[in-house]
Design a protein around this ligand. Sequence first.
Ligand SMILES: Nc1ncnc2c1ncn2[C@@H]1O[C@H](COP(=O)(O)OP(=O)(O)OP(=O)(O)O)[C@@H](O)[C@H]1O
Ligand SMILES: [Mg+2]
Length: 156
Amino acid sequence: MEKVFTIKNEQEMINFGNIIGKLAFPNMVISIEGTLGAGKTVLAKGIGQGLGVKDVINSPTFTIMKIYHGRLTFYHLDVYRLSSGEEDFDLEEYFEKDGVSYIEWGKNILDLLPKNRLEIVIDINDDLTRAVKVKAYGSQYEAFLNEVSKYENYDS
Ligand SMILES: Nc1ncnc2c1ncn2[C@@H]1O[C@H](COP(=O)(O)OP(=O)(O)OP(=O)(O)O)[C@@H](O)[C@H]1O
Ligand SMILES: [Mg+2]
């Protein structure tokens, strides 16, 4: 199941993330793709807000993972520099810790990701709005995506 959302600006991306964070469930895994500057980290900030994270969320590029505490623990990973088999710690264990894992460049570790997950791809449109494609794998994620789709407006 796939849905595409048009997100007009940074604030709308935050609001969209907020909806995801509010509806998120334990053990949730979200992999996210998109070119440099597409909005992966902005979306992470919104999801963190929706999860009630109070700390500022920045890009974890140089640390691979940052952990934030909210309603659910938020594991923000950036595996841009990793490829499957090369990782120096057990990333998979974080996908089973009752938190929400958000993995930038998840394709690099595709065979470590659980089969059931949310896969997001952000494309930059010609007018600089973002096309956010969300694919749900597994019934729990499909139900989740249906809930997210009920919100049609992301301007505050
Ligand atoms: N519709 C939009 N949604 C999200 N960000 C937008 C949008 N329009 C413009 N922007 C801008 O695009 C940039 C997105 O930056 P962000 O750090 O989230 O990208 P990224 O995908 O994480 O890139 P990187 O791969 O370098 O980490 C921000 O500067 C933001 O203000
Ligand atoms: Mg980023």
